[in-house]
Each structure stands twice: as C-alpha cells, then as structure tokens.
Design a protein around this ligand. Sequence first.
Ligand SMILES: [Zn+2]
Length: 315
Amino acid sequence: MLRYYHDAGKALYFNENGLKEEMIIDVQWFIDAFKHIITDELHFRGIPGTQREWNEYYKTGNLQDDLLLEIWRHKDEELFDYLKKDTNYRIRDASFEKDELYLQYHKKSLLNFMQRLGLLAAGGESHYVPCMNRKEIEKEFLDLIKESKSKSSVLIYQFEFLPFFLFFRLVVACMQEDGWNVLGNRGTSCLYKNAALFSYIENNIVLSVTEESIQLQVFCPIQGRPLETEKTCIIQGRIEELLNHLAGTFQRKIQYVRGFKRRTDKEEVISIDIKEHFLPAKDIPDRVIQMVCPLHSINDRHIIDITELTKYWKL
Ligand SMILES: [Zn+2]
C-alpha cells in the first residue's frame, strides 16, 4: 500500500534499509524544504552566515551544515511567527529541534530522503548540493596537470550503469576523510560539476566523472619531486574502499571494471573519453612492457606502453 502511495506521488516511501522506518506523507512540505535550500540570493533574506560560506555554497554547492540549519531555521521562524498569531496554538517548545512541527526537527530524515532522491549528498560538517554547481574545471588546472612531470596515468573505473550521483557521494565521502582537503583556487573550493580536486599526503588528487566512468589521477604539486608509488597506491586503495561502500548502498547492483585508456598520450588529463579505447586492467598480460593495441593492429596501429599506464597503481 505504501508503495502504491509512493508511485501515485501521494507520499515518499522507500522499502530500503535506513529509509523504510519512515515515510513522507506531505510531499509538498518535503519539496519546499529542498526548494528553500536552492533558492537564489538566500543571504539577502537575513539568514546569517559569513560571506565566505555563501560564496562557497553558491559557486560550488558545498553547503556547511550550520548554514543549512540557518536556512531551515529561517523557515521555521516564519512558521513560528504565523502560529503565534493563532491563539489556539500552544507554544510547546521554543527550540525548533525538539518540536516536530519544524524542519529542523526532521533534519536527519529530510537529508536521508534528499540523498536517496539524488538531490544532495549528505555529510557531517557539510553537504553537497550538485545542482548549485555549474562550474567547469579551470583551464589553468588542466594545464598545470598537463605540464606536470610527476603525474600518474588516469585510472578509470568503468561502470555498466553509473548513477551520476555516485560521483557526488564519493566527493562528499572524500571531504569527510581524515587528512583529505579540497584544493582551493581564488578563495573557493575546487569542486566542479564533473570534477573535484583534493590534497592528501603531499599529493594532489583529481577525481572526475563522465557518462560511464569515474576517473582518478594523482599529481605532485611540487615541480621536480617524483611521484611515489607507495602514496598513489594508498590513495587508490582508499578511493576504491569508498567506491565499494557507496556502490553497495544503491538498490541496484553497481559494478565497475578498472582499467586505462589504450592510447597513451602523455598530454592527456582527466576527464578522458574512453568510448573506443578502454583497456580493462584484467586484459593486460603479465610481465608485458608494451603491446600493440588489439583494436588497432593494422589501421591506425599503435603501441600501448603498459609500464607507463600501470606503474603507479596496484592491479
Ligand atoms: Zn587502439
């Protein structure tokens, strides 16, 4: 019956762990709660928060948890003022977090449902609202990586079915990791609509997403310092742990194949189009340094430099 109501758009209900204990019976209320988060120029409406927090949010979609609470508090206050005029309304508790009439009381449930619907990726100290982020990765970053002499190849996780949202959840998960920091450029975070940059153990990490893949590349921020395989493998290991965990939280089974782009082009940076040239890691023969691309053995024949592709990763 609950599913019927859900399908009919009368309620929100997911028969899934972590969600099935609750349902949303007022869909409009839920939509309003989200609409309030993404409305433009919220800061003009007297909602506190530093200019930096607002800029960060409007430019990148990175929403600090306390700012989210302020946004909802603003709405809760409106309701409170309205109810106060009604003499029949008994003010039960001045604190919005303890009164189920208010959005703040439902914060955890609202975030769970919003995350399930792909509206945002919820974290602890901050959340990520992807629809706010329309920013392309800056060309200067791509150039920086291109010119770097100490960078890894691009490791590609190819998905048969990639829910785009998995990428945003991965970005949020990385943001919560100890020691991982989002890189900054001109005072805002390097979070883009299809990429995110982090620093960790003295390396810079680029994550990006295409229609069918998530890609990982590591480069050393200091010119001339070699990239250490030990560190790139730690990064790869952590990313894969997070990916595996997140992929397991989707209803449908999400699997990926690890691999590379067949055509080695040292200039190439993230995010690369792999449509014709994906080389699954499991297809690379043991102890091979170079091989002729099996897809182009005569026409457009080219050699794949296996060492170049694999030397920074554990396969
Ligand atoms: Zn080829």
